[in-house]
Design a protein around this ligand. Structure first.
Ligand SMILES: Nc1ncnc2c1ncn2[C@@H]1O[C@H](COP(=O)(O)OP(=O)(O)OP(=O)(O)O)[C@@H](O)[C@H]1O
Length: 273
């Protein structure tokens, strides 16, 4: 990342990496994601941009295994995505305020365990080293014992990333991780996340288009549930952006394909951290 804009691998659908293959998802008659095919590979830094209601969060939740497609498939290395494949990093506000940064990061590990181990884990002695390592990766090891309510919004977001990284999954997802930050904290948080990653695929929904273009390699532009473009960041044009956000002004179609009554309860509960 960091403006290197490495040439992205061809979008050939090989079954490796994270693959959306003709994915459609609707909610009660409204199609949120429509026939999306994407091939995303390890190490890529992908920003998903687009107007409100474009389907960005739905795409991320499909990648997390939190939603099941009505049509098509989402796979990682050929198998259906599950919570052990992907981690969806919560926003910093979701941390437990009165607990220390270390304690919050330690709880991230619970999601990576079996349900039984996850149930008894809080009762067992904690081994803080992996959590301290993740806090070190986001530059906050010296703040490990500080209650998160005393941290800045940017620091909280970095703790949330450290917590997500505890799960050691190949795919890290983040939905608007910079939403409540000032511009300089936004850049800092994205840089820190980039530096903390170690070959994982990162997919981030971002409203801040400039941040996406400057700090990510690959930009997926969505509007009305469709992928309007999927382009290396330096190749994104003003015309593409204009028509992307103009498209968002129109109302998404209703259930044209007969897809999509809401069936979220069918999906296994993902490991949100
Ligand atoms: N659980 C749900 N139940 C009903 N409709 C939903 C649900 N989730 C999303 N939608 C609808 O699907 C469409 C896409 O929503 P989504 O949240 O994916 O868009 P988005 O691009 O992330 O929007 P925003 O930028 O405003 O967060 C919207 O019309 C939304 O109202």
């Amino acid at each position: 990342m960091k403006n290197e804009h490495a040439a992205r691998p061809e979008g050939k659908q090989t079954g490796h990496g994270l693959l959306f293959d003709g994915v459609t998802k609707g909610f009660g008659g409204k199609v949120a994601v429509r026939d999306v095919s994407l091939s995303l590979n390890a190490g890529e830094r992908v920003a998903v941009i687009g107007p409100s209601g474009a389907g960005k969060t739905t795409l991320l939740r499909l990648a997390a295994g939190a939603l099941r497609p009505d049509a098509g498939a989402v796979t990682f290395n050929g198998s259906s995505v599950t919570g052990s494949t992907t981690t969806l990093a919560y926003q910093g506000e979701t941390l437990v305020d009165r607990r220390t940064a270390l304690s919050n990061v330690l709880t991230g590990r619970i999601g990576a365990l079996s349900w039984l181990r996850g149930f008894i884990e809080p009762l067992l002695p904690r081994h803080p080293e992996p959590a301290l390592e993740r806090l070190g990766a986001v530059g906050l090891v010296e703040r490990a014992d500080v209650p998160v309510k005393s941290l800045s919004a940017g620091e909280r977001q970095r703790v949330a990333f450290a917590r997500a990284l505890m799960q050691d999954t190949a795919v890290v997802l983040a939905d608007e991780p910079t939403a409540n930050l000032d511009p300089s904290s936004r850049r800092n948080v994205i840089d820190v996340l980039d530096a903390a990653l170690n070959g994982e695929l990162l997919i981030t929904v971002l409203h801040d288009v400039d941040l996406a273009l400057k700090h990510f390699d690959r930009i997926v532009g969505m509007a009305d549930g469709l992928v309007r473009f999927d382009t290396p960041a330096p190749a994104v044009t003003d015309d593409q952006l204009d028509s992307l956000f103009a498209a968002g002004a129109s109302t998404p179609d209703t259930d044209a394909e007969g897809t999509g009554t809401e069936k979220e309860s069918e999906a296994p509960v993902p490991r949100y951290v």
